[in-house]
Design a binder for this molecule. Structure first.
Ligand code: PNW
Length: 457
């Protein structure tokens, strides 16, 4: 049982999480610089100022990718490197870094997959309302056009947004990510302007007419009711509406789900949705990126004080709460390990929305990794996690899903947002004292999978 010929096995990172060099070559501040430098926002006060120092160690990291035998590498471009103030002409030094990175990938026959927005909005735009402002969608399209002009000859796979749900709800609704607002009306407006930004960016890139493939990445999670009770089933449907359908419906059907609009009737008048927006948002994409981490098992909110659930398992204003299903393992993030959910969500996209090329653009797990006395990182739990999820991907292919590739999150341990450096997702361990890279056992195991093209042995 093998993966299709030409399957793109890869790994992913994001600019703010790995680059560091926060004040170099004209980079401007992003909302994540502001947020991480605000006391109390990020675990232990960690920031991305230096991160993995990837900006200076890009050659070494390219060699690591080649050593693992990656066929593809997904990275993001830092908007504030290209436009320090979020508008105006391109900062060439900022673009040069990505030109070098892409050239290095091409030299090693690694396919670049570029994400335009992985959450590092220029602070100057946040000061004018950020994603709650329609202007930001327009600025985003201008930024996309600048990057496209510089790199469309050498990059074939373009992703407009990474996880608009997380950007909108964790950033503007729950306040656990930058810019840290806690307001559902803002999260709804941010959702719409992110999707509109995707649409306008796509239009700008398409107008230059070449054969590149353009898509968007969503984090999708099957939602299951914790019991057969009607109240739990209804709560699960609300979470599904918020987390999945609020993004899938506009992109593939050109409408927001009725039950979700109804649910937020007293929260927002949705006046930010203008005539024609949804039609533009539903313009065809060439592929969908799916980030898969977990299923949500939901019961109706019991009331009596919110429990402190792990980040990524909290929802606001839905009258719903997450429970951990019995007998399910969790990762260091506290997230349940449910590989079959990956098959389920991929099949659902094909059956309920569209049969189109799909990439798993992120999947992986955090473990409390450490370097043993022999200098090795024995992360057998990550190997099992990945093997089980690769099998789930294979099951989706057998059920007809047009899956083209799989990007493991992440190439390197890195800045895990609100969790700082305390959570390690990498195939490669990073010593944050010296920034030395140590490939984990999972990196060697993955290299073997890629070399053989199957999961046996
Ligand atoms: C993703 N959820 O975030 C991001 O794209 C990465 O930058 C991040 O490092 C990685 O996953 C691990 O956290 C997510 O609530 C955050 O389901 C939350 C969820 C999913 C992904």
């Amino acid at each position: 049982m093998s993966f299709p010929e030409g399957f793109l096995w890869g790994a992913a990172t994001a600019a703010y999480q790995v680059e560091g060099a926060a004040n170099e070559d004209g980079r401007g501040p992003s909302i994540w610089d502001t947020f991480s430098h605000t006391p109390g926002r990020v675990y232990r006060g960690d920031t991305g100022d230096v991160a993995c120092d990837h900006y200076h160690r890009v050659e070494e990291d390219l060699d690591l990718m080649a050593e693992i035998g990656l066929k593809a590498y997904r990275f993001s471009v830092a908007w504030p490197r290209v436009q320090p103030e979020g508008s105006g002409p391109a900062n060439q030094k900022g673009l040069d870094f990505y030109r070098r990175l892409v050239a290095g990938l091409r030299e090693r026959s690694i396919e670049p997959m570029l994400t335009l927005y992985h959450w590092d909005l220029p602070q100057a735009l946040e000061d004018r309302g950020g994603w709650t402002s329609r202007q930001t969608s327009e600025r985003f399209a201008e930024y996309a056009a600048l990057v496209y002009e510089a790199l469309s000859d050498s990059v074939s796979y373009w992703i407009t947004l990474n996880e608009p749900w997380v950007a909108a709800w964790m950033g503007y609704g729950l306040g656990v990510h930058a810019p840290g607002h806690r307001n559902s009306e803002k999260a709804l407006s941010a959702t719409h302007h992110l999707l509109l930004g995707h649409a306008l960016a796509l239009e700008a890139m398409r107008s230059s007419g070449n054969g590149n493939r353009l898509g968007v990445t969503l984090n999708l999670s099957p939602v299951r009711a914790a019991s057969a009770e009607t109240a739990d089933a209804e709560a699960a449907r609300r979470v599904d509406g918020n987390a999945n359908r609020l993004y899938l419906d506009p992109l593939f059907r050109g409408s927001y789900p009725q039950d979700v609009l109804e649910h937020y009737r007293n929260t927002s008048d949705f006046s930010f949705v203008r005539e024609g927006d949804l039609q533009r948002i539903a313009a065809p994409i060439d592929f969908l990126g799916v980030n898969y981490y977990m299923c949500h098992t939901i019961r109706a909110e019991a009331g009596g004080g919110a429990r402190e659930l792990p980040i990524g398992m909290r929802f606001s204003d839905l009258g719903a709460e997450t429970v951990l299903p019995e007998g399910v393992r969790t990762t260091a993030m506290g997230w349940p390990v449910e590989p079959d959910g990956l098959t389920e969500i991929l099949v659902r996209v094909k059956e309920e929305y569209r049969d189109l090329p799909v990439f798993v653009t992120e999947n992986g797990c955090a473990i409390y990794d450490y370097v043993d006395p022999e200098g090795e990182v024995n992360d057998f739990e990550r190997v099992s996690y990945l093997r089980e999820h690769f099998r789930a991907a294979q099951a989706a292919i057998e059920r007809g899903v047009d899956l083209r590739g799989y990007m493991v999150w992440s190439l390197l341990d890195n800045f895990e947002w609100a969790e700082g450096y305390s959570k390690r997702f990498g195939l490669v361990f990073v010593d944050y004292g010296t920034r030395r890279r140590i490939p984990k056992d999972s990196a060697r195991w993955y290299a073997e999978v890629i070399r053989r093209g199957d999961l046996e042995g």
